[in-house]
Write a protein that binds this ligand. Structure first.
Ligand code: ADP
Ligand code: MN
Ligand code: MN
Ligand code: MN
Length: 364
C-alpha cells in the first residue's frame, strides 16, 4: 500500500489543519502512547511550536490522576509533518504537566532535559537507536502469519531476508519507513530480524550534516516513529508488540540497541581514552542501567540469542554476546561510538539517555 493510498481522504478543508497531539500515559511497567486530534487555523503558513496551544485531557483515564482532580496539561514540544493525513497536517509530541505547572512523575522527557543541563557545551552527545519489534495479528495474540498450531520453521533464514515466504509484513515496514522520512525524522534504515515477523528500524546519527542527533531530539524521533508504526498498522490490521521476549523457546528477543558517542569519543586523539573511561563507568553502574532499560529484561538477557546474561557486564570488541559492543571499525580507528546492547524493545529512550548521561557525568 502506498502512502498516498494510506491517506484516509484528501482533506480539503480550506486553511484548516489537523494536528495530532501525542503523549505518554502512566501505564506500568511500560508507558503507552496516547493521542487526540485538534483542528487549528495556521492561516496556511507552516506553524512553529509556539503557534500550538497547550491542551488538556482526562488523566484519570490514562493512569495518571484520580477522579476528582484529573485535568492534565499537554505542552507541545516536538512538531513534525503528518505524512498520514498529508500536507498541511501535523503531529506534535507533548510533555505532560499538572495544572500547577510541575512536570508529572511520568514525564521522563523532563528528567532528560534536566540531565542535559549538566552537559558541558563540548560534550556533543550523539544517539542512535535500533528499534526491534514484532508484528502481531490484529488482536495482538499471535505474531503476524504464525500458524495457530505449532511454530514456523526454525530461525536462520529470516534475518535480512527477501521473499514472501520468509519476510513477513514488509508492506507495513516500507510504508512506515516512507512515513518517517517524510516526517523529517533521522530515520537511518530497516532490516528483517532473526525471528519471522520481527523487524528493526534505526533512528539516529546518519552522517547528514546540520541534523540534530542529540539524545533529546533522537528520543523524540523514536517515540514519534513508534506512534506512526502503530497508526499505519491500524490501516493494515497489524498490531505491534514491543515486549522484549515475545515468544519463548529458541526465538530471538527484541532489543533497543543504543549507540552513543561524545565529541571526545569521536576525536582521533582523545577517542580511545574517552571510550575506555566510559566503559569503566558503565561497568560500575550495571544494575542502575538495567533498572532503566525496560520491563521483563530477565527473559531476554539470558546469555543466549546474541545477548549477555542480565547479571553480568561484558564489554567486547565486535562481540554480539557482550553487554557493550565496540564496533570493529572503532577498535581499528581508536575512536567513534559504543553500542549498549542491553535495553529491551519496550524501553523508554528518555530513561536510557538520562541514565547514560548520568553515568558519563559522574566520571571524575
Ligand atoms: P548493528 O550493526 O548493531 O545492527 P545498525 O546498522 O542497525 O547497527 O545501526 C547503527 C546505529 O548506530 C544507528 O542507529 C546509527 O544512528 C548509530 N550510529 C552510527 N554512528 C554513530 C555515532 N558516531 N554516534 C552514535 N550513534 C551512531
Ligand atoms: Mn541493527
Ligand atoms: Mn537487530
Ligand atoms: Mn545492534
Amino acid at each position: 500500500m502506498s502512502l498516498v493510498e494510506l491517506k484516509i481522504e484528501e482533506r480539503k478543508i480550506g486553511m484548516l489543519s489537523f494536528v495530532e497531539y501525542i503523549w505518554l500515559d502512566g501505564a506500568k511497567p511500560t508507558q503507552n502512547l496516547r493521542s487526540k486530534t485538534r483542528v487549528l487555523d495556521f492561516q496556511n503558513k507552516r506553524p512553529v511550536l509556539s503557534d500550538l496551544p497547550v491542551w488538556s485531557y482526562d488523566g484519570s483515564s490514562t493512569y495518571q490522576a484520580s477522579g476528582s482532580f484529573s485535568d492534565l496539561i499537554l505542552k507541545p514540544v516536538h512538531l513534525t509533518n503528518d505524512p498520514i493525513r498529508g500536507e498541511g497536517h501535523y503531529l506534535v509530541l507533548c510533555e505532560v504537566f499538572s495544572p500547577d505547572g510541575s512536570a508529572l512523575e511520568t514525564n521522563n522527557r523532563a528528567k532528560l532535559r534536566e540531565e542535559m543541563q549538566q552537559s558541558p557545551s563540548n560534550e556533543e552527545a550523539w544517539m542512535g537507536f535500533e528499534q526491534e519489534y514484532t508484528l502481531y495479528d490484529s488482536e495482538g495474540k499471535l505474531p503476524f502469519r504464525w500458524p495457530s498450531k505449532g511454530e514456523p520453521p526454525k530461525q536462520g533464514p529470516y534475518y535480512c531476508s527477501v521473499g514472501v515466504d520468509r519476510a513477513w509484513g514488509r508492506n507495513l515496514v516500507e510504508a512506515h519507513a516512507g512515513a518517517c522520512v517524510m516526517a523529517n525524522l533521522a530515520f537511518y534504515g530497516i532490516n528483517a530480524e532473526v525471528m519471522p515477523a520481527q523487524w528493526e528500524f534505526q533512528i539516529g546519527y546518519r552522517g547528514i550534516s546540520n541534523e540534530s542527533v542529540d539524545p533529546l531530539s533522537i528520543s523524540d524521533h523514536l517515540w514519534l516513529a513508534r506512534w506512526m508504526l502503530m497508526r499505519i498498522g491500524e490501516e493494515m490490521g497489524i498490531s505491534i508488540n514491543w515486549t522484549c521476549k515475545p515468544m519463548e523457546g529458541d526465538w530471538n528477543g527484541a532489543g533497543l540497541h543504543t549507540n552513543f558517542s561524545t565529541q571526545a569519543m569521536r576525536n582521533t586523539d582523545s577517542g580511545w581514552e574517552a571510550i575506555g573511561s566510559l566503559l569503566n563507568a558503565l561497568s560500575q553502574n550495571h544494575d542502575a542501567h538495567i533498572a532503566e532499560y525496560g520491563a521483563g529484561l530477565d527473559k531476554r538477557l539470558t546469555g543466549l540469542h546474541e545477548t549477555c546474561g542480565i547479571s553480568e557486564f561484558k564489554a567486547g570488541e565486535h562481540d554480539r554476546g557482550a553487554s557493550i559492543r565496540i564496533p570493529a571499525h572503532v577498535t581499528k580507528e581508536r575512536c567513534g561510538y559504543i553500542e549498549d546492547r542491553r535495553p529491551g524493545a519496550n524501553a523508554d529512550p528518555y530513561r536510557i539517555s538520562t541514565r547514560i548521561l548520568k553515568t558519563l557525568h559522574e566520571i571524575k
